[in-house]
Design a protein around this ligand. Structure first.
Ligand code: MN
Length: 205
């Protein structure tokens, strides 16, 4: 029997745990200390970490389910950013602007405590603290990165358009994001990144 809707994708259940396990993930990738060249403002501190823990030391990992292709489809995943600091700067993910820059993203904190650091190429900035149960709706046009400001893994669930893509070069070409999230008596604060040279409009990758 040929069903009229035989070509439609079926809904799927995803099992998601507070520690970021994703039952149904189609991809897993890891970023290690050796992958983080140029990411941290304090180069000496990053080099010191490399010499102590080695380039294979895990910084963060991602589980994701890419279920469909094309505009309208979603990528759903979890990000687990381990605690750490480099000088006074907290551990971060590389961060990016979406390749299709108007694509938005949801980040929902599953466990830990972290900050979503957000900037636009036009000079707007924001830093939003997240703990379990809180989410941030990241609109299009915002460069975004996760920062772990605590001593436990910072675990988030994310969801964004499958056609969004990631532009990492916009950050690396600018000498890093405009702001850093650093240790402070109150826990954390932002401060200007002395290496930041300004975002270049029109960078594609
Ligand atoms: Mn994103």
């Amino acid at each position: 029997m040929v069903h009229a809707h035989a070509q439609v994708d079926q809904p799927v259940t995803l099992g998601i745990t507070p520690t970021g396990d994703l039952d149904g993930a189609s991809r897993h990738y890891e970023k290690k200390l050796g992958d983080m060249a140029g990411v941290y403002a304090d180069e000496t501190a990053w080099q010191a970490e490399r010499s102590v823990n080695g380039d294979d030391s895990l910084v963060y990992y991602v589980n994701e389910q890419k279920y469909q292709e094309g505009p309208g489809a979603l990528i759903v995943g979890t990000s687990v950013l381990l605690p750490g600091s480099y000088g006074n700067e907290f551990a971060v993910t590389r961060g990016h602007l979406h390749g299709v820059s108007d694509r938005a993203e949801l980040y929902y904190c599953l466990s830990g405590r972290g900050v979503m650091l957000l900037e636009t190429i036009d000079g707007d900035s924001s830093a939003i603290e997240l703990t379990a149960g809180q989410a941030v709706n990241v609109p299009g046009q915002w460069i975004h990165r996760s920062v772990n400001v605590d001593t436990e893994p910072f675990v988030t669930l994310f969801c964004y358009s499958a056609d969004a893509g990631q532009n990492y070069g916009i950050i690396s070409d600018a000498g890093g994001m405009k702001n850093l999230v650093v240790r402070d008596d109150a826990g954390w604060r932002t401060m200007p990144n002395p290496r930041h040279t300004g975002y270049t409009v029109g960078v594609t990758q």
